[in-house]
Design a protein around this ligand. Structure first.
Ligand code: ADP
Length: 471
């Protein structure tokens, strides 16, 4: 049910939190690989810069000497300031040099030469090919560590730098990841919390305006739906509370008038010693008619509340609606004729079986016919048509009298709602007739409405489910 509800409300493409997290982890994994590669690349590059001559520079220079000579090779290799190169013969004597501190002819002692060759990274010795008579190339580069200890320190420093780079980058990546995750998970939770807080404080008009593609989006939809429902319920409750207040006011008002009349005329009768018979009868008639009014009102009120509150306990029997209506109409014919009203009835011959309480349904239909007689009166026509549909019976009752304004169509079934209050006081209605009719029709699982498209008078359309189709 939830899914159905939110498929309608949230047309955006959904991704579950688990898929979302999986995508995030993949994203994080790729970032970690990139960071690790960067750190390793940085370390290697630095190492190569510091010790690279052992692998590359020296042999390059040796090769370049054949082509460009000593000076040319030095320049091509872009050796740093302070470095020099020397060409030594097999006796370790300088036979050529560029930028060296030793002039040509300088001879290294064995001890001195061993020290250079074995202990220092700054001196690089390359044995040239045989054609060059076992000459040696000595390259001095002050940029490289002077000894093993210095080399160790340098290597350690590069390692620490690479690790620092890795750790800092990891922190940055985690920060980005946290932001990314927060956007998809933490942010909607924050919005939900704020919304729920506002709603719990009684502001049911609050809606959470955040679109989330994962399950939190469903949750937001459900919370919004809930607050919308509560808002509606509160609106309905307020409306019914206002209705109740209005009802009490209407009842007190409608009962006050006849009671005041009864009290007034009874008092007059008691105080008038020599009153003639005619006046006395007149006063008594007024008292009786007002007593009736009050009594009718109380009875109608009782009936309405009885139907509304005992809706399910009123006995219902399978009856033929066509037959019941025929009987009601037969009883009304003399009254219609007395009021110079014509009538047209169209009741099908076949039986229309419904579950009904015939006494109540009789009352419901009588209320409408009585109104037509009361409000339309002479030289008008009452029409009643019963239709047998597949699963419902439709009863149309219409007259061509003064009608009810269309803007009252909805409210006319509410207690004490009248189209014309002054006219109504003359007809002596309680203002509860249509309310009772509606409650009885509802009790039978049906509906009643005033047809606003009909403008020649009043037309009520009652629809009642047939046996086994409704209540
Ligand atoms: P009442 O006791 O006043 O007749 P109802 O609930 O039966 O109360 O009717 C409500 C109001 O609807 C009436 O007061 C009247 O103004 C209007 N009404 C009902 N039926 C008709 C009708 N057939 N023609 C004109 N007005 C009608």
């Amino acid at each position: 049910m939830m899914n159905k509800l939110f498929r309608i409300r949230n047309p955006i493409k959904r991704i579950s939190i688990s898929t979302q997290l999986f995508i995030n982890y993949i994203f994080l994994f790729i970032l970690l690989i990139v960071v690790l590669s960067l750190a390793v690349f940085y370390g290697f590059k630095h190492m190569e810069n510091s010790f690279g001559m052992f692998f590359k520079d020296a042999s390059d220079i040796a090769e370049n000497i054949d082509t460009y000579g000593l000076q040319g090779a030095y320049k091509t290799s872009k050796l740093p300031v302070g470095s020099y190169i020397e060409l030594l013969d097999s006796d370790q004597r300088v036979i050529d040099q560029y930028k060296s501190i030793h002039s040509i002819g300088y001879k290294y002692s064995d001890e001195e030469f061993d020290k250079l060759a074995l202990n220092s990274y700054q001196y690089q010795i390359i044995y040239m090919s045989e054609e060059d008579n076992d000459n040696m190339l000595l390259i001095y580069n002050p940029k490289y560590p002077a000894n093993e200890e210095e080399a160790d320190v340098l290597a350690r420093r590069i390692l620490i730098q690479a690790i620092t780079l890795f750790v800092v980058s990891i922190l940055i990546v985690l920060l980005i990841y946290a932001k990314f995750t927060s956007k998809t998970i933490v942010r909607p939770i924050k919005e939900i919390l704020e919304g729920v807080k506002t709603i719990s404080m009684g502001d049911y008009s609050k809606r959470i305006n955040y679109r989330s593609k994962n399950e939190l989006g469903y949750l937001i939809g459900a919370i919004n739906q809930m607050s919308r429902k509560i808002e509606n319920e509160i609106g309905l409750r307020e409306k019914s509370e206002n209705n109740r207040k209005r009802l009490i006011l209407d009842i007190s008002h409608d009962i006050k008038t006849p009671l005041t009349n009864i009290l007034g005329y009874a008092e007059t009768l008691r105080l008038s010693d020599n009153i003639n018979k005619e006046s006395k009868n007149n006063y008594v008639d007024i008292i009786i008619s007002n007593g009736r009014k009050a009594n009718n009102l109380i009875q109608d009120l009782f009936e309405l509340s009885h139907i509304e509150s005992n809706n399910n306990t009123i006995t219902m029997e399978d009856c033929d609606l066509s037959e019941s209506i025929r009987k009601i109409l037969l009883d009304y014919i003399p009254e219609l004729e007395d009021n110079d009203m014509s009538f047209e009835f169209d009741i099908p011959d076949q039986r229309i079986m419904i579950k009904m309480n015939s006494q109540k349904l009789d009352r419901a239909i009588s209320n409408i016919i009585n109104n037509s007689i009361k409000y339309s009166g002479r030289d008008t026509t009452l029409r009643l048509k019963l239709k047998d549909l597949d699963n419902r019976a439709i009863l149309i009752i219409e007259d061509n009298g003064i009608g009810i304004p269309a803007d009252l169509a909805k409210d006319i079934f509410e207690p004490f709602v009248r189209a014309d209050v002054s006219r109504n006081s003359k007809t002596g209605g309680t203002g509860l007739g249509l309310g009772i009719t509606k409650a009885i029709v509802a009790m039978h699982g049906g509906t009643i409405q005033l047809d606003t498209s009909y403008v020649d008078g009043c037309r009520f359309i009652i629809s009642i489910p047939k046996k086994g189709m409704g209540k």
